[in-house]
Structure formats: structure tokens, C-alpha cells
Ligand binder design. Structure first.
Ligand SMILES: Cc1cc2nc3c(=O)[nH]c(=O)nc-3n(C[C@H](O)[C@H](O)[C@H](O)COP(=O)(O)OP(=O)(O)OC[C@H]3O[C@@H](n4cnc5c(N)ncnc54)[C@H](O)[C@@H]3O)c2cc1C
Length: 465
């Protein structure tokens, strides 16, 4: 997108919600509108604090390569800025200890490099860059409460605010997250809600931050240990700026990770690999554990809406929110924002064709991420909802892919590219790749014994009685 003439089709756009989806939308719109107003009901402090209406910011967030790549394209140098602020530079193959299906994946060098950091730090850095764009005005503590339309009710012309004022616009982007506020406002105007798909899964996070400074060097920078699906347990440790770790323990469909430190350690020790328990045992906790519950993958099929007003679109979690264990939400939001830019470039007017084109284009990355997350969740007993035909077979095949990725660098890289949303899942099904997977999977899982042992802790932390 850099280096080309701005293709302006709009005077004013308003984006409701200044979280990751809204920030990406504002960036894309800044090249195509004279004025972009980005509003959020929260105070938006300069610092990297978590926000009341983005409570998931206290949980581990991994920015997949698809998202990291788009952010770097839109905000040149943002990776360097994040590293300078304490983010960890990370090759998602080389630097990630990823234990799944009974062994750890091999760790070849890959092209998939990006920053790992806390979610609030990432968001604050992106927000600062968006605020610097001359076309964009960011308004904090500003709550949208309804839509303004033309006399026919068929075109959205603005948003009503809680203080009684209105903001006029040519295009309104709803980036209000999973609740998708504008759908209730549209209902008042007589529009039906889009059809919804739900795959219900009970995913419980209990995360805690630890100090990182006393730890010995390890040959990985982040780790995820995914237990056998029957255990319904997994855990991850990610580096945060400020020399911290965040350790997220996750239980699925009835498994609830404890929040007392002794119980947390026992939970981590129950996993097949000791690496995360070792980090916890050697680290000093900072602050209390924080829990978060996610109840269902939810996709609104906006592309199937029969009637919708012109000048209105939705993006991000408002359209689709995925089980967070797959780490897809921010990257899919960025991919949808990229689709918005591409569709605006192909449209001379904000007519039906534009809206339909955008909803169809934005559905493409959503379908891919949905197939991974909602499909993958059916590995856990107790997951309910619409199960696409072939899901069980595919899940069994993915188990084999992850076993083969414990032996073979090429399998590992492609598997990681699919998980990182830069290749479509079909790439795991080409005949040559399937043969390779079957050949290596025959060797069986490498097992915990062959996983790189963590060095003994230098200053063990005792959680006390
Ligand atoms: C536990 C957990 C872990 C996760 N881990 C990852 C991960 O590892 N990687 C990843 O990519 N994603 C992860 N996600 C998903 C990620 O957090 C979201 O996908 C991402 O925040 C994009 O969401 P969004 O911007 O669409 O909505 P949200 O982040 O929900 O933001 C909505 C915004 O809209 C504002 N708002 C709402 N209503 C109004 C209104 N009426 N007026 C004004 N403002 C309003 C809110 O204040 C908020 O700022 C995780 C989610 C959870 C729950």
C-alpha cells in the first residue's frame, strides 16, 4: 500500500471501537478518507495499561505472523519500536517450544519473525501510530448509542453519542467487539440480524505474570504445551516487556485451572512437558492470577444478510470471535481491515455492491480461521455445535501432521504457516505433503524425554504453604 497515490472515495468515516480491529480499520481508511474519527468508550491512556472494556488484555496474546506482517506494512518500523520498548523478537519456528501430540516440534529457522509482548503494549503502540496519522482523530470516553440514517432509513449517515451529539459520516465501521453494538441499533430500524454459527466450548484461562530476570537462558523464547485432548489441559508462557513472563493455564470443557500458586504449579506439572512448570517454579509472581472464560466460537454471517443499510459495515470480533487458544483474533481483524481497503479501492461508491463485496472478501480469512478453531475444538469432548463433515477425520490427520512436525523441518514450517494464517489449510492436503506427513508420522511422537530439558533454576521461587 505504501508508495501509491491515496485512492480517496470518502469524505468522512467513523469507526466505533478503538481496539485492534478498529485501529486497523482506521489505518486502512486513513488512505481513503479525508477524515476518520475513531471513538471508544474507554479512556485511552498513553501507557500500556489494560482497559475495562478489553479485559482479555490481561491474558496472553500471540500476534500471528499474518497480523505482524500487516502491521509492519501499515506502520513501517513498528516491529523495531516494539522491540525498543521491550518486546521479544521471535521466530515462531526457531524460538517457540511447541509441544503437541506427544512431543515437541522441531525448531528450524523460518521467515516468520515478529514481536511478542503484552496485548496492552501492542495496542498502545499501534494506537500511537494511528493517532499520528493526520487524517485520523481518536476520541476517548466517547460512547456510540445509536445510528443516524437518511429519511428512507436505508443509508447510515452517522452515529449518535451518549452525550446527545451526533457524528456524521459516509461510512460507519462497527468494531465494537463480540457484542456488535450496531446490530441492536439496526434492529430498531427494522433490519434482521445476520444468521449466526456457534460452536460452544468452555475455555477457561487463568494467567499470572512473573518476573523474568532471575531465570537462566533457555534455547526458546516462548512455549506452549498442549496436553492430549482427553486431559483438556494446556498452558503457555510468553515473554512480556519489562522482563516479565505471562503464564496462561487453560482448561477446556469442564477443566478449570486453579488460581492458587501451588494448584497452578500442580496443573502445569500434570502436562506432558515440564518446561512451563519449571518457569513457574523458578520465577517470582507479580500480582494476582486473572481468570477469563470464553464460551463459544461465534460467527455472524454478515455476507448472508438479505437487507442491510448502505454506509455501514462490521469488522473484527463483531463478525467472528474464535476460541482464543488458536491466537487468531487480532490477525483476522487485520486481514478483514485489509479486505476493506481493497474493496474501497475497487468501488466508486458506497453502494450495495461495495458492501456485499466487502462482506464476501472479509469472510475469506474468517472461514479459514474458523475451520482451524471451531474444527479443532471438536477434538475436546463436550464441544457442541455445527460440526462440518469430515472434521473428525481432519482432526486425526492434524494429529499426524503435528507428530510429523516433530521430525521434519519442512512439515513443521508448513504447519506453522497454516497456524499463522499465511497459508490456507489446503496446503496441508497436497498429495506430496500428505505422503511426507505419513512417512514421518510413522516414527511416532518424540515424547517428553527428548524435549530440550530446562536448565535448573538459579533462584527457585517457593510459592509457600
Ligand atoms: C482470553 C483471550 C485471549 C486471546 N488471545 C489472543 C491471541 O493470542 N491472539 C490474538 O490475535 N487474539 C487473541 N484474542 C482475541 C483478541 O483479543 C480480539 O480478537 C481482538 O481484540 C480484536 O477484537 P476487536 O477489536 O474486534 O474487539 P474488542 O477487542 O473486544 O474491542 C472492542 C472495542 O469497542 C469498544 N466499544 C464497544 N462498544 C462501544 C460503544 N458503544 N461505543 C464506543 N466504543 C465501544 C470497546 O471499549 C473496545 O475498545 C484473545 C481473546 C481472549 C478473550
Amino acid at each position: 500500500m505504501r508508495g501509491r497515490e491515496p485512492h480517496r472515495v470518502l469524505e468522512t468515516a467513523v469507526v466505533i471501537g478503538a481496539s485492534m480491529a478498529g485501529l486497523c480499520a482506521a489505518r486502512v481508511l486513513s488512505e481513503r478518507c479525508r477524515d476518520v474519527v475513531l471513538i471508544d468508550r474507554d479512556p485511552l491512556a498513553d501507557g500500556a495499561d489494560w482497559r475495562a472494556h478489553v479485559p482479555q488484555g490481561r491474558q496472553p496474546h500471540l500476534l500471528l505472523y499474518a497480523g505482524a506482517r500487516l502491521l509492519e506494512e501499515w506502520f513501517p518500523g513498528i516491529g523495531g519500536e516494539l522491540y525498543a520498548g521491550g518486546a521479544t523478537e521471535f521466530d515462531v519456528c526457531r524460538d517457540f517450544f511447541w509441544y503437541q501430540s506427544g512431543g515437541s516440534l522441531v525448531r528450524p529457522v523460518s521467515r516468520m519473525r515478529g514481536p511478542v509482548m503484552s496485548r496492552p503494549f501492542l495496542e498502545a503502540t499501534v494506537r500511537r501510530r494511528v493517532t499520528e496519522l493526520p487524517q485520523v482523530t481518536v476520541r476517548e470516553r466517547t460512547t456510540g448509542t445509536g445510528l443516524v440514517t437518511d429519511a428512507t432509513g436505508q443509508r447510515v449517515t452517522g452515529v449518535r453519542l451518549a452525550d446527545g451529539a451526533t457524528l456524521s459520516c459516509d461510512l460507519l465501521v462497527d468494531a465494537t467487539g463480540r457484542q456488535a453494538k450496531s446490530l441492536a441499533w439496526l434492529k430498531e430500524l427494522g433490519y434482521a440480524e445476520p444468521p449466526v454459527s456457534r460452536v460452544t466450548v468452555n475455555t477457561h484461562y487463568a494467567s499470572r505474570v512473573y518476573r523474568r530476570d532471575a531465570l537462566p537462558a533457555r534455547d526458546w523464547k516462548a512455549a506452549a504445551v498442549i496436553g492430549d485432548p482427553a486431559t483438556k489441559r494446556l498452558a503457555m508462557v510468553l515473554p512480556w516487556e519489562g522482563e516479565r513472563w505471562i503464564v496462561g493455564l487453560v482448561g477446556i470443557n469442564g477443566e478449570v485451572p486453579p488460581t492458587d500458586e501451588a494448584g497452578r504449579l500442580a496443573f502445569a506439572r500434570s502436562l506432558d512437558s515440564p518446561v512451563i512448570a519449571d518457569v513457574m517454579a523458578a520465577s517470582q509472581p507479580l500480582g494476582e492470577p486473572v481468570s477469563h472464560r470464553f464460551t463459544a466460537n461465534q460467527r455472524r454471517h454478515v455476507e448472508k444478510m438479505r437487507r442491510f443499510p448502505l454506509g455501514w459495515v462490521m469488522i473484527g470480533d463483531a463478525v467472528c470471535s474464535f476460541d482464543p487458544i488458536y491466537g487468531q483474533g487480532m490477525s483476522t481483524a487485520a486481514q478483514q481491515a485489509a479486505a476493506l481497503g481493497a474493496c474501497l479501492d475497487r468501488s466508486a461508491a458506497l453502494d450495495q455492491t461495495f458492501t456485499r463485496r466487502f462482506f464476501r472478501a472479509a469472510a475469506r480469512p474468517v472461514v479459514v480461521a474458523w475451520s482451524i478453531a471451531a474444527g479443532g475444538d471438536f477434538m475436546y469432548e463436550g464441544t457442541t455445535g455445527e460440526k462440518p463433515p469430515g472434521t473428525d477425520l481432519l482432526n486425526r490427520y492434524v494429529e499426524r501432521v503435528s507428530v510429523a512436525a516433530q521430525h521434519d523441518a519442512a512439515v513443521c514450517v508448513r504447519f506453522t504457516e497454516v497456524a499463522g494464517l499465511i497459508r490456507r489449510p489446503e496446503w496441508l492436503l497436497t498429495p506430496a505433503f500428505v505422503l511426507r506427513v505419513l512417512r514421518y508420522a510413522r516414527r511416532g511422537p518424540v515424547g517428553a524425554r527428548q524435549a530440550p530439558a530446562s536448565p535448573p533454576p538459579l533462584h527457585p521461587y517457593s510459592p509457600g504453604p
